[in-house]
Design a protein around this ligand. Structure first.
Ligand code: HEC
Length: 292
């Protein structure tokens, strides 16, 4: 006993499930389904549950219907008939939009032409097509007035606007996606959280050779102004990422540490500058005159 109501209800629930997933998970401008493919699974399960519920409701309905006393059954059937009117209206509209002669009446519209036995019908244009055509005419007029007479904006301006927007988005992305940091874009991090993270990384990986205070043992002193491989955050980041000179013992950390982590530990190393720890190693390398 499928009713139109049940289809509409089903469609609404599916839509609701979709919207709930899309808008309850915060994913900025992107669709939740793009960011978390698992959302599709959740959505699929939700749809299955809704369909199962719908089937259960239908089953319940027919059980209840059977249990109705005879006089009540009539009222129920009347309401069903009411609903099938909607169906009838839909069907009629559909046929109206096609405006096709039924096959029995085709002789009314057959043309005189006879192309080697092939004959032609003179059907009306389907109204849906005609309306669409009128719509394109209206669109064209609006378009012409807006863009060719009043020149709202040109294609070139539109391109420039989109470009500016895209650049803004790229900037925004670079600012938030810190793992994109590389030797060219790295900057000195000064946030306490970044420096603490850097300190933790340093304590875990670096003290064996540079000592906890940065004074240096196997590796050079990191607290003075002399650098073998160049000072400043970019050089220090590069040394950490790519390693020192061959055979000296400073490995490339890019396999172990993420770009952001290397930027954090580089910033921490630089923050050690000028601390003059006790027993620090003699300066090695050249005086770094850079301003970072
Ligand atoms: C196995 C020992 C060892 C470990 C561990 C080590 N380093 Fe080094 N480090 C060295 C040596 C040796 C050098 C000198 C490289 C050279 O002379 O080319 C060096 C050089 C450096 C330099 C350049 C110093 C300069 O004067 O230019 C920096 C910066 C640095 N290390 C940072 C780190 C950081 C950060 C870590 C931890 C992630 C680390 N090192 C872990 C041995 C080590």
């Amino acid at each position: 006993m499928k009713t139109i109501g049940s289809y509409i209800r089903l469609a609404l629930f599916v839509l609701l499930a979709y919207l709930l997933i899309e808008y309850t998970v915060e994913t900025g401008d992107q669709s939740t389904f793009m960011v978390y493919p698992i959302a599709w699974l959740v959505f699929g399960v939700a749809v299955l549950v809704v369909v199962a519920l719908e089937i259960a409701v239908e089953a319940l309905n027919s059980v209840l219907y059977k249990a109705l006393p005879e006089d009540k059954k009539l009222g129920f059937e009347a309401s069903q008939a009411e609903e099938s009117k909607v169906m009838l209206w839909l069907k009629e509209t559909y046929h109206k939009m096609l405006d096709k002669k039924p096959i029995e009446n085709e002789d009314e519209i057959i043309l005189d032409h006879n192309y080697d036995g092939i004959k032609e019908l003179d059907n009306n244009l389907p109204p849906w097509w005609t309306y669409l055509f009128y719509a394109t005419i209206i669109f064209a007029v609006v378009y012409m007035v807006r863009f060719h007479i009043f020149v709202d904006y040109t294609q070139h301006e539109e391109f420039e606007m989109e470009l500016a927007q895209a650049e803004k988005e790229i900037e925004e992305y670079k600012r938030t996606a810190k793992d994109l940091i590389d030797i060219n874009t790295v900057t000195l991090l000064t946030d306490a959280s970044d420096l603490t993270a850097g300190e933790n990384i340093y304590m875990q990986n670096c003290i064996a050779c540079h000592k906890a205070d940065g004074g240096g043992s196997i590796g050079p002193n990191l607290t003075d102004e002399y650098w073998i491989l160049g000072g400043g955050v970019k050089n220090v980041f590069k040394t950490i990422s790519e390693g020192g000179r061959d055979g000296k013992g400073m490995v490339a950390w890019k396999q172990t540490l993420k770009p952001l982590e290397m930027a954090q530990v580089a910033s921490y190393v630089i923050s050690l500058g000028g601390t003059n720890p006790e027993g620090a190693k003699e300066p090695q390398g050249d005086l770094w005159a850079g301003n970072e």
